[in-house]
Design a protein around this ligand. Structure first.
Ligand SMILES: NC(=O)c1ccc[n+]([C@@H]2O[C@H](COP(=O)([O-])OP(=O)(O)OC[C@H]3O[C@@H](n4cnc5c(N)ncnc54)[C@H](O)[C@@H]3O)[C@@H](O)[C@H]2O)c1
Length: 335
C-alpha cells in the first residue's frame, strides 16, 4: 500500500463531490480519478484530476486503491462489484443496495477478490450517538423496553426536479432507503436487529413527482425484545423538523434529537450523566435541501485507519446488508 491512499470516485453529483472534498483535505489520501456519465460533471472536478465518462475506462486506466461508489442507489451493486473485480476496495454510499440479493452478490465479490467494502453510515460518528452507544454497549441502561424513532423531514419539488432516479421505485427504492436508512442503521447500531415488523405507508403529497411513499409508520419487535416505533415522513412543512431516537429502558430514558441526531435532548439515567451535547455543526447542505450530519471526513479517515493501522471497519458490508434486510422486512410487511 503506497503512503498516500489513492481514491477514485464514480458518480460526481452531490455526495461524490463531498467525498472529493474530504479526500483532498486528508493528508493521507489523494484523488486520482473521477467518473460520471454526465460530461458536465467535469466542471466540478479538481484541476489535474483525470475525468472519465465510462467506469470501465477509468478502471482499466487508473491505478487506484479505492473506488468510492457515489452513484444512484440502483447502481451501487454493479459499480461496487466492478471496483472489487478491478482490485480495489470500495466505499459504498448508503444504502448499500436496494435488495438483499444485491448485497449478497457484493459480499460474494468482496470475498472472491479479498477486498473490503466500507459501507457509508456517517451518522454513527455523531457525538450523541457515540455517547449512547457506549451506554448501551456497557449495558448501563439495563433492559431496553421501547424505542421510538421519528424522522420528520421535508423534501420539496426542487429535490426531485431534474433527477432521473430520486423517487423512482426501481432506482431509489423508497424513503426508507434514500432518506431514512441512516435512522434504520442507528437503530440497528444501538439496539441490534429486528425480528418482526408491521406498518402502513402512503404517498400524501408527492404523487406528482415520486412513485414511492412519503409517509409511514411501523411497529416492530427487536431481537432483544424491545418494542420499536418507527415513524417517518418527507412532508414536514417547508423544512426538516426532527430526526430523533428515544430509548425507554430499565435504568434510564434518553432522547437523541435535533434534526439529524445531533443533540442529547433528554436524559435521566442511573449511569453518570452524558455530556450535554448540542451540536450546531452543519448538516450536509445541498442548497435545496439538508441531509444528515456532515461526517464524511471520518468515513475517509476510517479507510486510512483500516488500511494503514489495522483498525476495524466502522460499518462492514454485513452491517450494511443488515440495514437493507430490516428495510426489506418493513416494506414487505405492508404488501
Ligand atoms: N451519506 C449521505 O448522507 C448521503 C447524502 C446524499 C446522497 N447519498 C447517496 O449517494 C448516492 C448519490 O446521491 P446524490 O445525491 O449524489 O445523487 P446525484 O444525482 O446528485 O449524483 C449521482 C451522480 O451519478 C452519476 N451517474 C449516474 N449513472 C452513472 C453511471 N452509470 N456512471 C457514472 N456516473 C453515473 C450522475 O450523472 C450524477 O452526477 C445515492 O445512493 C444517495 O443515497 C448519501
Amino acid at each position: 500500500m503506497p503512503d498516500k491512499i489513492r481514491f477514485s470516485i464514480v458518480g460526481f453529483g452531490n455526495i461524490g463531490r463531498r467525498h472529493a472534498g474530504q479526500i483532498l483535505q486528508n493528508a493521507d489520501t489523494e484523488l486520482v480519478a473521477v467518473c460520471d456519465i454526465d460530461a458536465a460533471a467535469k466542471n466540478h472536478v479538481p484541476n489535474g484530476v483525470p475525468f472519465f465518462t465510462d467506469l470501465g475506462d477509468m478502471l482499466k486506466i487508473t491505478d487506484a486503491d479505492i473506488l468510492c461508489v457515489c452513484t444512484p442507489n440502483y447502481l451501487h451493486e454493479p459499480h461496487t462489484i466492478a471496483g472489487l473485480n478491478a482490485g480495489m476496495h470500495t466505499v459504498v454510499e448508503k444504502p448499500m443496495a436496494i435488495s438483499i440479493a444485491e448485497c449478497d452478490r457484493m459480499i460474494a465479490a468482496a470475498e472472491k477478490t479479498g477486498r473490503t467494502i466500507f459501507a457509508v453510515k456517517q451518522n454513527r460518528y455523531n457525538p450523541p450517538v457515540q455517547e449512547v452507544k457506549k451506554l448501551m454497549a456497557n449495558h448501563e441502561l439495563g433492559e431496553i423496553y421501547m424505542i421510538q424513532v421519528n424522522c420528520f423531514w421535508n423534501r420539496g419539488n426542487a429535490y426531485y426536479a431534474g433527477s432521473d432516479w430520486r423517487g423512482k421505485k426501481d432506482k431509489d427504492g423508497g424513503c426508507l432507503f434514500t432518506q431514512f436508512s441512516h435512522f434504520v442503521d442507528i437503530l440497528y447500531y444501538l439496539n441490534g436487529p429486528i425480528t418482526e415488523a408491521q406498518g402502513r405507508i402512503h404517498n400524501y403529497a408527492h404523487q406528482h413527482n415520486t412513485e414511492v411513499e412519503d409517509t409511514g409508520s411501523f411497529v416492530m419487535k427487536a431481537a432483544n425484545n424491545a418494542i420499536i416505533n418507527f415513524n417517518f415522513t418527507t412532508c414536514a412543512y417547508e423544512r426538516n423538523m426532527e430526526g430523533s431516537i428515544t430509548i425507554i429502558a430499565e435504568k434510564g430514558t434518553v432522547k437523541i434529537g435535533g434534526q439529524y441526531l445531533n443533540t442529547v435532548e433528554y436524559q435521566k439515567t442511573e449511569a453518570a450523566t452524558l455530556p450535554n451535547i448540542n451540536i450546531t455543526a452543519k448538516a450536509n447542505d445541498y442548497g435545496l435541501y439538508q441531509g444528515s450530519m456532515s461526517n464524511h471526513d471520518k468515513v475517509i479517515q476510517n479507510v486510512v485507519d483500516v488500511l494503514h493501522h489495522n483498525h476495524a471497519v466502522m460499518t462492514s458490508a454485513e452491517e450494511g446488508r443488515e440495514v437493507v434486510r430490516m428495510i426489506e422486512k418493513m416494506y414487505y410487511s405492508i404488501s
